[in-house]
Design a protein around this ligand. Structure first.
Ligand SMILES: Nc1ncnc2c1ncn2[C@@H]1O[C@H](COP(=O)(O)OP(=O)(O)OP(=O)(O)O)[C@@H](O)[C@H]1O
Length: 451
């Protein structure tokens, strides 16, 4: 609408000026000045907006961190420091914000001055030609002149705003076209059959993994052969590479060298959706989404209510969910905030049970739960997942001491991989020393549990 009005005003104004070319004389140099004004204005606004965006991110990050860590901040009585940091970051943002307004005022003042000069000059021309100029035309010239100038001011403002906001479009385009994409979800030619993986055997062959190009490998050519149905505990000190094996298995990061084959199928050759839908993961930090119990258990609506209740029962959550007024349709808030950490873990467990996968990966699934939930999880792992291949990434050796085999990782390499009994017998081994570090009483208890 604005552009249309501007176009009409400019057109009429030009027509008048063509009929009475004398009025063009003062316009030409002043429009030139106008052009320079907008050049300065656009360049400054663009840079200021950029600075404002850069300084706004730390402010928002600090604000979010403060909100998340409010309890800790209060406990350590460091409110003053956080308030000071917040003010400092706010000042940094406001500095550019203030300047953006100042630049707008600068444009407004200069444009108004130019407008006034222009109006004055055109009025002088009209007065000097009053004998030959129709009073109606003179009025029309003055009226359109004022409109055109006002529109020009707005046009400069909007053009520069458009230019700045185009940054967002540029960023979207970058995300859509230039950002490195995941492998395809499905590769028709190499789709595994519906039963895959029937046994759940995993063959890891000289696997190297780096989190990004240019970063050093975190797994240095590991090889292991896991039979279908085996229970494998993966242990090692912090940073040994335990979670990286899970990352490679789900292809969250592609292996830089080597391969993983599941039931003889190289996982790099199939689509990601096919790969990830055939394995279940119970992460350390259970992930729930805003929605209902039902949508969290079965996001794609593949299962009927009977199957959902059955999974909840096996995970020990049936009683709780049945007690909710809406049952399976009870609301789950963002991140599962309205459930306890243990209940979130159990919902994840029920979700894993529902999938009926042959391969289950647990990333320290029992690290943050109470004894009852832990017992439920362990029972489920033994009974429900009896025939499944289980890989448990564990810090607590108690969780995996009765597993079939333990893989001991150190600095991205497999140092030991054997049954817990044999590993314990090797008094020079890492596993033996890890068990000894848990204290004499627990070490004796662990030794009594090994099969
Ligand atoms: N997203 C990442 N980007 C870059 N390097 C990473 C990333 N995640 C992990 N690493 C590096 O990979 C190595 C192995 O990390 P990983 O998380 O596999 O160890 P972990 O044994 O699971 O440790 P923890 O017991 O603390 O969870 C570490 O040196 C770590 O710094």
């Amino acid at each position: 609408m604005l552009l249309l009005m501007l176009a009409i005003s400019v057109a009429v104004f030009i027509m008048i000026c063509v009929v009475f070319p004398v009025f063009l004389a003062p316009l030409v140099p002043l429009l030139g000045l106008y052009y320079f004004l907008q050049l300065f204005y656009r360049a400054s606004t663009r840079e200021l907006k950029r600075i404002e965006s850069i300084t706004r991110s730390p402010l928002l990050a600090h604000f979010t961190e403060t909100l998340n860590g409010l309890a800790t901040i209060r406990a350590y009585r460091v409110e003053a420091r956080f308030a000071r940091d917040n003010r400092r970051l706010m000042d940094a943002t406001n500095r550019s914000y203030y300047l953006i307004f100042a630049v707008q005022r600068w444009l407004g003042t200069n444009a108004s001055t130019l407008t006034n000069v222009l109006t004055f000059l055109v009025s002088l021309v009209i007065i000097s030609y009053r004998a030959t100029t129709d009073p109606g035309i003179a009025g029309l010239i003055m009226s359109y002149l004022l409109q055109v100038i006002a529109m020009l001011n707005l046009t400069i403002r909007y053009a520069s705003e458009l230019e700045v906001n185009m940054n967002a479009v540029e960023r979207l385009q970058y995300y859509a076209e230039e950002l490195e994409q995941e492998a395809p979800a499905v590769i028709e030619k190499t789709r595994p059959d519906k039963q895959w993986p029937a046994t759940g055997s995993i063959e890891i062959d000289q696997l190297h993994l780096a989190y990004r190009k240019g970063l050093p490998d975190v797994l240095h050519g590991i090889s292991a052969s896991i039979r279908g149905g085996e229970k494998i505990g993966i242990v090692g000190r912090t940073g040994a590479g335990k979670s990286s094996i899970m990352v490679a298995l789900f292809r969250l990061v592609e292996a830089s060298k080597g391969s993983i084959a599941i039931d003889g199928v190289d996982i790099a050759s199939i689509g990601l959706a096919d790969l990830r839908s055939r394995m279940s993961i119970i992460p350390q930090d259970p992930t729930l989404f805003h929605g209902t119990v039902r949508s969290n258990l079965d996001p794609f609506g593949h299962h009927d209510d009977h199957a959902l209740w059955d999974a909840l029962e096996r995970a020990g959550m049936k009683e709780y969910v049945a007690g909710l007024p809406a049952g399976l349709d009870a609301e789950i808030t963002e991140g599962g905030e309205n459930l306890s950490a243990g209940q979130r873990q159990l919902v994840c467990l029920a979700r894993a049970m529902l999938v009926n996968a042959r391969i289950i990966v647990m990333d320290e699934a029992t690290a943050s739960v109470d004894m009852r939930t832990d017992a439920l999880l362990q029972k489920a792992i033994r009974e429900d997942f009896a025939g499944c291949t289980i890989l448990t990434i564990a810090h607590r050796l108690n969780t995996v001491i009765d597993y079939d085999r333990i893989m001991v990782l150190d600095a991205g390499e497999i140092r030991e991989f054997d049954s817990p009994r044999r590993l314990l017998e090797n008094t020079d081994g890492i596993f033996h020393s890890m068990v000894a570090e848990t204290g004499p009483a627990n070490a004796a208890y662990l030794a009594s549990l090994v099969r």
